[in-house]
Write a protein that binds this ligand. Structure first.
Ligand SMILES: Nc1ncnc2c1ncn2[C@@H]1O[C@H](COP(=O)(O)OP(=O)(O)OP(=O)(O)O)[C@@H](O)[C@H]1O
Ligand SMILES: [Mg+2]
Length: 307
């Protein structure tokens, strides 16, 4: 029997089915032996055009393994497009995306599917199945690594169930394993979405405004969960945010985008008023200086509408 402190009685039977004995305090291993700090993800002069409009314009970035990076910018700055090109939901018009030195733009068929599985995507909408229980929602994350038939009949082997419970436990959510996902608060649902993403054993988490619909307390819980994932597991996390303050608090590196270009790339300390102005424009940055708390609402005003 596995001993895990505070694991709920609801969750315990699933964990008990595991034949091997995990460590007492569950901390998943650093992913696939990566050395934290080594460049893992590289974007070289990446551009995305939609007709004549340029969504992302010649972006070059080098992101080490295990980084926690915020991407900031006004609405329409190109943040989502940037993330989507990394997992190939959007194809760059030109440029190169490399993972561990190898192009991901050349991947086709099963190799492309495998790459997508290595990129955990998270969104503002949690994309859970509200009628299914929390545990089943989390187990869906392991689908890419299981035979199709097992998925169709919703057969999840005991060791996967145990891992799903442990992932929930790591996010303080194991007590709710058998509750219907639709009955949870937004913050709880987003934590379920994180646990589901972790079931993919991702190398990279691409989170597109994961806290945009959460209240401040839930936003902090979700951001600190993402931060732990990056620190403790060596997973690279790229997170699009509207809140300057949240980016400063949780992300040691901040990338600022404006009109498709990277206009800032540095630490929270380096993000001074002049840099904020570069990212958001003059009026917006003045407003931020007066009232940081309103940054989330203001930054949703599209590029061009504010001088
Ligand atoms: N599928 C598409 N077809 C045409 N234009 C698009 C498409 N996707 C994005 N764009 C355009 O590309 C630009 C960048 O969009 P993107 O969604 O990346 O911005 P964003 O920074 O994520 O904005 P927001 O903060 O509002 O989410 C915008 O001008 C947008 O209208
Ligand atoms: Mg977006």
């Amino acid at each position: 029997m596995i001993q895990i402190k505070n694991l709920s009685t609801v969750a315990a039977p699933y964990v008990a089915q595991v034949s091997h004995k995990p460590r007492k305090n569950y901390k998943p291993p650093i992913q696939r032996g990566y050395i934290s700090g080594r460049p893992m993800l590289e974007l070289v002069n990446v551009t995305k055009k939609y007709g004549q409009a340029i969504a992302v314009n010649g972006v070059s970035l080098s992101i080490p393994a295990g980084s926690m990076v915020a991407v900031l910018g006004r609405s329409g700055a190109g943040k989502s497009t940037l993330l989507r090109m990394i997992n190939r939901m959007a194809e760059p018009t030109s440029g190169e995306v490399l993972w561990q030195g190898k192009s991901v733009l050349q991947l086709r068929g099963s190799a492309l599917r495998a790459w997508r599985a290595r990129c955990g995507m998270m969104f503002q909408q949690f994309n859970l199945s509200p009628r299914l229980d929390v545990l089943t929602n989390v187990l869906v994350g392991s689908v890419s690594r299981r035979p199709t038939l097992q998925t169709l009949i919703k057969y999840f082997p005991p060791h996967e169930r145990a891992r799903a419970v442990l992932e929930l436990h790591a996010l303080d959510m194991a007590d709710l394993a058998l509750q219907r996902a639709g009955t949870l608060s937004g913050g709880q649902q987003q934590r379920v979405a994180i646990a589901r993403t972790m079931m993919q054993l991702p190398d990279l988490v691409l989170a597109d405004e994961p806290i945009a619909s959460l209240d401040p307390a839930n936003a902090e819980t979700v951001m600190s969960a993402l931060s732990s994932i990056s620190r403790e597991r060596g997973i690279t996390v790229l997170v699009n945010l509207h809140s300057l303050e949240i980016a400063r608090t949780y992300c040691p590196r901040i990338i600022g985008m404006a009109k498709g270009k990277v206009v800032f790339d540095g630490s929270p300390k380096q993000l001074d008023a002049a840099m904020v102005e570069k990212i958001y424009g003059r009026r917006k940055s003045a407003e931020l200086a007066l009232a940081p708390a309103v940054s989330t609402a203001l930054s949703s005003i599209p590029t061009g509408e504010v001088a």
